[in-house]
Design a binder for this molecule. Structure first.
Ligand SMILES: [Zn+2]
Length: 168
């Protein structure tokens, strides 16, 4: 654990494959989730998050809530900037990928990089949706749908509350 922080990003995955996880490689063929191979994952207790976040941020980002449509800070915003995770500051979405979906939530065609977000199947509310989370701290961000514009056809429908924009 202690040595991982010093490893440069470029060498991170290689290190994992040849290092302490080598013994599990034979039976993990094809799984390749990647989520648990990140060496700098942030894990805090609910109590710690509750202290650091506002009640609304805690409800949405840590308890998978949803802000009311057309009420969030960023749904209608066109300001240039980088949208970061409100919990841990990881860059998640760029204003260049933001588009007006008319849904009342900030919508993006793609994340800043695929490594910074992860997805999970969500079957709550009797719907089949794909939840989007911060890869670093597991904050609930929103959902991704495949009816978006652009070459990838994706629409990341994200709660403003889960984001903090850093202006360019
Ligand atoms: Zn985060």
């Amino acid at each position: 654990m202690s040595a991982l922080g010093a490893i440069e990003c470029a060498g991170g995955y290689d290190y994992m494959q040849h290092g302490e996880r080598a013994d599990t490689m034979s039976d993990t063929t094809g799984k390749g989730q990647g989520a648990d191979t990140m060496s700098d994952k942030i894990e805090k207790s609910d109590e710690e998050w509750r202290k650091e976040l506002t009640p609304e941020q805690y409800r949405i980002a840590r308890q998978k809530g949803t802000e009311r449509a057309f009420t969030g800070e960023y749904y209608d915003s066109k300001e240039p900037g980088t949208y970061k995770c409100v919990c841990c500051g990881t860059p998640l979405f760029d204003s260049d990928a933001k588009f007006d979906s008319g849904t009342g939530w900030p919508s993006f065609s793609e994340p800043v990089t695929n490594e910074n977000v992860r997805t999970e199947s969500d079957r709550t509310l009797f719907m089949r949706r794909t939840e989007v989370l911060c890869a670093k701290c597991d904050a609930h961000l929103g959902h991704v749908f495949d009816d978006g514009p652009g070459p990838r056809g994706q629409r990341y429908c994200i709660n403003s509350v889960s984001l903090k924009r850093e202006d360019k």
